[in-house]
Design a protein around this ligand. Structure first.
Ligand SMILES: C[S@@+](CC[C@H](N)C(=O)[O-])C[C@H]1O[C@@H](n2cnc3c(N)ncnc32)[C@H](O)[C@@H]1O
Length: 191
């Protein structure tokens, strides 16, 4: 959506990295549980997770609607001495190629309509790693999106992947980088 592009290009247009250069802490902790191969980073932003995956031997396709974000992602990859493929696309319109990926990463981006496409995009035995905010995060006042549709309901992420094998799931309020966050995190395998 054009409005998303404008919003995120503005946010990523600054010199500093809005979400930092370090990977998401959950991804960092469980990297060894993820099958090596071709990875797809959904709404990759400035590339902190895509670059980390590339550093761990994944061949990464990183997609996002923000050109400014993807430019910084390429820059970060260069800085760390790895290569990632970036694609400027609108995920509201995008069809993920069927059975192409060993891993799909989705961090802090929620489009429910995309989930069946993510499932199709994984190879058999491929895994998804997903983390985003729960509705109760709105009460914490520690940032995050504005609209309620971008937040998960209790157990929703678990239900969205109920036809997959759930390897890890948690939800609740956690402290990360000195900030409280209400989130759900999941790793699930395509049967
Ligand atoms: C909260 S950021 C998360 C970025 C990254 N996943 C991370 O954890 O660092 C949300 C991302 O969604 C992207 N985005 C928003 N709407 C999009 C759309 N329609 N298609 C593709 N990307 C979109 C934004 O550009 C932004 O990079």
């Amino acid at each position: 959506m054009k409005a998303d592009q404008k919003h995120w290009d503005k946010r990523f247009g600054k010199k500093d990295f809005a979400f930092g250069k370090e990977p998401n802490p959950f991804l960092k902790k469980i990297i060894r549980l993820l099958p090596k191969g071709k990875a797809f980073d959904i709404a990759a932003g400035e590339g902190r997770n895509a670059v980390f995956l590339a550093q761990h031997g994944f061949e990464v396709d990183a997609v996002d609607i923000s050109e400014k974000g993807l430019k910084k992602a390429k820059k970060l990859a260069k800085e760390k001495g790895v290569k990632i493929n970036t694609f400027l696309i609108d995920l509201d319109q995008y069809q993920i190629q069927k059975e192409r990926y060993d891993l799909i990463a989705n961090f802090y981006f929620l489009r429910r309509r995309l989930i069946p496409r993510m499932k199709q995009g994984l190879k058999k035995g491929g895994r998804v790693i997903f983390e985003t905010y729960l509705l109760e995060h709105r009460k914490l006042g520690t940032g995050g999106p504005k609209q309620a549709k971008y937040f998960l309901k209790p157990n929703e992420l678990l239900r969205l992947f109920k036809n997959f094998r759930i390897l890890f799931y948690r939800e609740g309020i956690f402290r990360e980088g000195g900030k409280k966050k209400a989130i759900a995190s999941l790793i699930a395998e395509k049967p």
